[in-house]
Design a protein around this ligand. Sequence first.
Ligand code: MN3
Length: 306
Amino acid sequence: MYLRIDKLQVELPIPEEPDPKAAAALQELLGGRFGEMSTLMNYTYQSFNFRGRQKIRPYYDLIANIATEELAHIEYVATGINLLLNGAAKREKPSGTPLAAGLDAPNKYQFLPMGLGSVVGNSMGAFWTGEYVFASGNLVLDLLHNFFLECGARLLKIRVYQMTANPVVRAIAGYGLVRGGVHATAYAKALESLTGVEMTKLLPIPKIDNSQFPETIKYEKQGLHRILYRFSPEDYRELSQIWRGMAPTGDGELIVVDGPPEGFPIPDLPEVPETYAPEFDPEELASRAKRFSEELEKAQRRMREK
Ligand code: MN3
C-alpha cells in the first residue's frame, strides 16, 4: 500500500515566463527510456515480482523503498513541466488564437489533450511504455540493469541541463543528479555485497563530478548524496544492511533517514480559462457549499434531538 504526502520533494523556482522548448526537453527526464517513469516502474515491478524475499530481505527492501522515492520524482518533474508551461496561453477571446504558442511548441500534446500539462512521454512526444521495464527475477541481473538505468539517467540529466539554462530545468537536473547518485550507489553496493565485484569504483558515469553543476552544491552540503530516505512509517528497515559504511565520495558515512524528507509546498498554478481548465463558477460553487453546510447542520441537530 502507499501513503501519499501532498508536498514536493524539491523546491522549484517559479518562472516569470513560459518556456515550452524547455518544457519539451524536460519531458525526457519524465517519460524517456531513462526517465523517472522508467526508474519508478522498473523498481516497482521488480519489487512486486520479487521471489524468496524473506531469505534476502535487504535486497527486496532496498528495491521496494527506492521505487517509492521515484513516485516523488515523477511528481517533481511533472510539476516542473507544468511550471514551464504556465502562462503560455494568451488572454484572448475564444475566437482568437489564445493557444497560438502551442503551434510553435516542440510538444503540441502538452497544449492540446493535456491543456498546458505534462505528458507521460519523452522529449519527442513518444509515450512512455511498459517495454522499458526489465524485471527478470534474477537478482544480480535486475540490479545490474538498475545500475545501468541510473547511470543512463545521469547522462540524460546532464544533457538536458546542458541544453538550457532555464532555472526550473537546472533545479530539477541538479537535485536529480544528487538523488540519482544515491540510487546508483545503492545498486552498486547491493551488487558488491552479493558478488564481491567492486561496482562503486565505476562511479560516476559519465566521469564528471556533480560539483561541476552548481545546482547540486547546496544539496551535497546538506549531505543529501549520502542519505537514503526510508519512505515508509514502519517497513523496509533491512535496507540499512546495504546502505552503510563510507560514501564512495569519501566525505562521510552513508546514512539511512527514517521517513521521507520534509518537502516543500506544491505550486498551485492558476486556472486557465482559455483551455477551460478547471472551469467552475465561483458563485454557484459558493451557493452549493452554503446549501451543503445548512443540510449538514440540520442533520446534526436531528441527531442531537434523538
Ligand atoms: Mn529518480
